[in-house]
Design a protein around this ligand. Structure first.
Ligand SMILES: NC(=O)c1ccc[n+]([C@@H]2O[C@H](COP(=O)([O-])OP(=O)(O)OC[C@H]3O[C@@H](n4cnc5c(N)ncnc54)[C@H](O)[C@@H]3O)[C@@H](O)[C@H]2O)c1
Length: 268
């Protein structure tokens, strides 16, 4: 039996040239106000999706939604803290009310506190795990329930290359991202039969607001470029193109995967 890749919106078989188009689809990007999430939102919108920018930074989310809207795409900003389940439920309900469906979820909200393991307080540990792992799980659960009902969905969790390798001063962060990689596989096997794929992306070092302190340190910046086989940090655009594949109907047979977008960093 040959499986045909279908347009999730109208159920028609897709021509090859349309496999990476997202016309009529709806994407939620949590943490979409800035950084990698914003680039993801711009990519998804440019390939045809209407987008919801969900972020705890309401003002920045609004600015990003307006920027995307000015490009001719429907874009909505919704205030949401990924650690508050009722925020996630409201976000999903408002999206369905506005657009009728949710095809794509990008979990890009993330935080990091760089400090020696010996200094990590219970408060710091919980705040990182709550945003990067627990919140991400409940975002998958809440939006996943809509996708399972629809019989189609693409979930992309932004992990990190620190899901694969360890770095100094990042005990909670490494633990959270390793958890995201493993959780992604578990959800992938639970929801595969419902047409919902769950994948993760593992970026190395990209130029975003989160990494401003790293790249402000000339020695660290040089160290990163020296240890990255392509010889430089990543441009968020290079993450957007990898994400587009996982967000599109064309990736229908890829699930539970951790896609390293790291310029070869972890291949050494
Ligand atoms: N930038 C990199 O090089 C890099 C590398 C590996 C992994 N990552 C991961 O990629 C993701 C995005 O990173 P970034 O560099 O774009 O970070 P960023 O700090 O530039 O953006 C993160 C966004 O998430 C939002 N956010 C934070 N906590 C939130 C919460 N509780 N609820 C809702 N929104 C919240 C912020 O308001 C912000 O808009 C993170 O998960 C990060 O760990 C980034």
């Amino acid at each position: 039996m040959t499986h045909q890749i279908q347009d999730p919106v109208n159920g028609q078989a897709l021509q090859r040239s349309k496999l990476f188009r997202l016309d009529g689809q709806t994407a939620i990007i949590i943490g979409g106000a800035q950084g990698l999430g914003k680039t993801a939102a711009l990519f998804l919108a440019e390939f045809g999706a209407q987008v919801v920018i969900a972020d705890r930074n309401e003002e920045q989310a609004q600015a990003t939604a307006e920027e995307i809207g000015a490009l001719g795409t429907r874009a909505l900003a919704l205030p949401a803290d990924i650690t508050v389940k009722s925020d996630l439920e409201r976000m999903a309900a408002s999206t369905v009310e506005e657009f009728g469906r949710i095809d794509i979820l990008v979990n890009s909200a993330g935080i990091n506190i760089r400090e020696p393991a010996m200094d990590v307080t219970e408060e710091h540990w919980s705040s990182i795990i709550n945003v990067n792992l627990t919140g991400l799980f409940f975002a998958c659960q809440v939006v996943g329930s809509v996708m399972v009902r629809q019989g189609y969905g693409r979930i992309i969790n932004i992990a990190s290359h620190m899901a694969k390798i360890a770095w100094h001063l990042r005990s909670a962060y490494c633990a959270s991202k390793g958890g995201v990689a493993q959780l992604t596989k578990e959800l992938a096997i639970e929801w595969a039969e419902h047409g919902v794929t769950v994948n993760a992306i593992a970026p190395s070092f990209f130029l975003t607001p989160m990494n401003e302190p790293l790249f402000a340190d000339a020695e660290m910046s040089a160290f990163i470029s020296h240890n990255t086989p392509v010889g430089r940090p990543g441009n968020p655009e290079e993450l957007g193109s990898a994400l587009l594949f996982l967000a599109s109907p064309g990736s229908s047979y890829v699930t539970g995967h951790l896609l390293l977008v790291d310029g070869g960093y972890t291949s050494r």
